[in-house]
Design a protein around this ligand. Structure first.
Ligand SMILES: [Zn+2]
Length: 339
């Protein structure tokens, strides 16, 4: 009997997708493994007070009564793996974040520790500070390179709006150059955000401003997070720009996290509409799944369920669903992460 296909590519990542059973979703009668490429570990005390209040407002009663305890339970590596278990997700990717003025700080060391604790379940994306770039930039790039040399650290996370730097500012292009040289894809938040303190001008949120960086770094993979979604007005936002960039540049990938949540897409119409557009454009082979969890208990699994429903409504085949939920991730990260 031949081995199921997913055991082979996952072995490249040092992971065990498909073993142990219980992980994955049934889509149109086909079992599909799931990798969630967008998760935020956290340390409650490192989150600014305004954002603590914002996050606490999302916890259901009675968990909102002790948001600090809930956050520590959900946002720790153990808490996140528990959420993956609950949601049927086999592998999750933890993001480091350095946005002290907005969403707070989750250090590379925190992410590395989580990945080291659960090496078969978690991978990590490193990040860096950009707020004192003129004098500290070079040191930050060195620090980023060191973090990316740690086991299981497979990519770089950036959020221009949260970190307050323009998408088209060439002084930061060294980050993309490093990414290309090391073969580590870069994830970029695109679209607006409802977090307090975000830079909402187009140069920080509109993926069109990324084009010079994408064009100048063909060896670097750019993953456009949230597909330019407008989280303030719950509208589709800059999706068509993301589609144009993906058509024009083979190094562009697309990630649909958060935009399909109950809060961001209250009518439930936007998520299937977005997935349908991508299928119509022949770009399903560029889609990589992420939830933007854990947010609150149960969110990771809930987002996966909403994604399955949206894929059904967008008439995705089982092959399309597999590409989105894990196949494209393995294609992009498999060989590189297995080195
Ligand atoms: Zn996020």
């Amino acid at each position: 009997m031949s081995r199921p296909w997913w055991l082979i590519p996952c072995a490249l990542l040092g992971l065990t997708c498909g073993e142990g059973g219980g992980y994955g979703v049934d889509y149109d009668g086909t079992w599909i493994p799931v990798i969630d490429m967008h998760l935020h570990p956290g340390d409650w005390d490192a989150i600014p007070p305004e954002t603590q209040t914002f996050l606490a407002s999302r916890f259901p009663f009675p968990l909102n009564l002790r948001p600090d305890r809930t956050a520590d339970q959900v946002l720790s590596a153990t808490g996140i793996v528990g959420e993956l278990d609950r949601g049927g997700v086999h592998v999750g990717v933890l993001f480091a974040v350095y946005a002290p003025r907005t969403v707070g700080v989750a250090t590379n060391e925190l992410v590395e520790a989580g990945v080291a604790e659960y090496p078969k379940r978690l991978l990590g994306f490193a990040s860096l500070r950009v707020d004192d770039w003129a004098s500290a930039g070079e040191g930050e790039l060195d620090r980023l390179e060191e973090a990316l040399a740690e086991p299981g650290m497979v990519g770089i996370k950036l959020a221009h709006a949260h970190m307050h730097f323009r998408m088209d500012d060439p002084s930061y292009f060294g980050i993309y150059e490093l990414a290309g040289r090391l073969g580590k894809p870069v994830y970029l938040h695109t679209g607006s955000s409802s977090f307090p303190g975000i830079a909402l001008e187009p140069a920080y949120t509109d993926p069109a401003y990324l084009e010079p960086a994408i064009a100048a770094h063909p060896q670097t993979i750019f993953i456009l997070g949230h597909l330019g979604y407008d989280f303030v007005d719950h509208e589709i936002g800059e999706l068509e720009t993301c589609i144009e960039l993906a058509h024009k540049y083979g190094n562009v990938y697309l990630e649909p996290s958060a935009l399909g949540s109950e809060g961001a897409d209250p009518s439930g119409e936007n998520y299937p509409t977005i997935l349908r557009r991508i299928r119509e454009e022949g770009l399903v082979d560029r889609l990589i799944y992420g939830s933007d969890g854990p947010q609150s208990p149960g969110f990771v699994g809930e987002y996966l369920e909403r994604t399955v429903t949206a894929m059904e409504r967008a008439e995705y085949s089982a092959d399309d669903a597999r590409a989105l939920l894990s196949g494209n991730f393995i294609k992009v990260f498999g060989a590189e992460a297995g080195q």
